[in-house]
Design a binder for this molecule. Sequence first.
Ligand SMILES: *Cc1c(COP(=O)(O)O)cnc(C)c1O
Length: 417
Amino acid sequence: MLKVSDPQVFEAVENEEQRQQNGLEMIASENYVSEAVLEALGTVFTNKYSEGYPGKRYYGGQEFTDVVETLAIERAKKIFGAEHVNVQPHSGAPANMIAYSAVLQPGDKVLGMDLSHGGHLTHGHPVTLSAQIYDFVRYKTDKSGEIDYKQLEEMAKKEKPKMILAGFSAYTRQLDYKKFAEIAEKVGAITMIDIAHIAGLIAGKAIPNPVPYFDIVTTTTHKTLRGPRGGMVMCKNKYAKAIDKATFPGFQGGPHMNNVAAKAVAFGEALRPEFQDYAKQVIKNAKVLENELRESGFKLMFGGTDNHMVLVDVFDSKGVSGKEAEEALDKIGITINKNVIPDDPRSPMDPSGIRVGVAAVTTRGMKETEVKIIAEQIALILGDIRNKDNYTKAKKAISELCDRFPMPGIKETAMAK
Ligand SMILES: *Cc1c(COP(=O)(O)O)cnc(C)c1O
């Protein structure tokens, strides 16, 4: 259909499919969804207005929106053991805004992780709206790469924040959830954690679940969790009303029901045993990447990884900037992103580091052997970024991997039919 009615968009879609199939996606926040998730996204639920919540909507005709939203909520509760779930946030950034506005007043203080130490823009970076509304103060990691919980406690006692915020997008170690909860209890702060990056690893039981320890948990659904682009807020029953009201009518209008349906499908997938195999393999693959890169002389930030990604100081290791590394690896078909390292002396546009994630290649079925091959190509290219022969060799090795491990969802999208 699309092919006939809009050949230009159709062609762009086809080209994007080819691009995704013919390269290795190693941006740590990306993944490939299943054909079933893609199919749910492209359904007539996109036509429907369903402001409100199941059983309590503002418009009629909600028999089936109620079915998919309830399925999504119940499945999420089962996966994470959450008391209350709101599946309507359009994405991760809105989910965080919703969580802040549900429990904070303008001017209230939030203690969150420093961006260059792995935190996220939406955790109070000065360029964001939330930083204009709330008063963010930041904690950092120490030399060992761990969060300094002593210092965190001292800061909490001194600053008396209304909220202590955990979570990250470039930090690679396991957080001590209990410590956060204990510190917050001592100063009477609300606890919030943003698990956008690691939700899939938690769902697959490959790393510990923070949901029992935190008052509010926000996430995206499209990173390691492998669902459609979207957000979600989980909380203790105590905050349920506030979160629901802050979502609608507080911050958003009508939910995107096609997305909610796709979230339900993805959560159904996350409840299957295969999903645990995937999550555990992600961790194994990341460990292989860490070890191989270290052996090739790269400096790993935070001392290594406990999750799906590594943060590498390529400038200190090989004299290559993050931007140069990103461009060089792009040429051989590996997509990664340049990234700041803690207290980076270089600029955010050309920082010292790169962030490399293995969730998407794991979804394609790659295991330790393949990750070794990938690490070898990264080392080959970044070890001598001006050597033309290396590019030819590495490109061939990556292209062979892409051919052997097709991406899911591409063969029979609604588009191609
Ligand atoms: C990706 C991410 C977000 C933002 O999600 P979007 O869907 O891009 O809005 C928020 N918090 C963390 C920790 C993230 O990693």
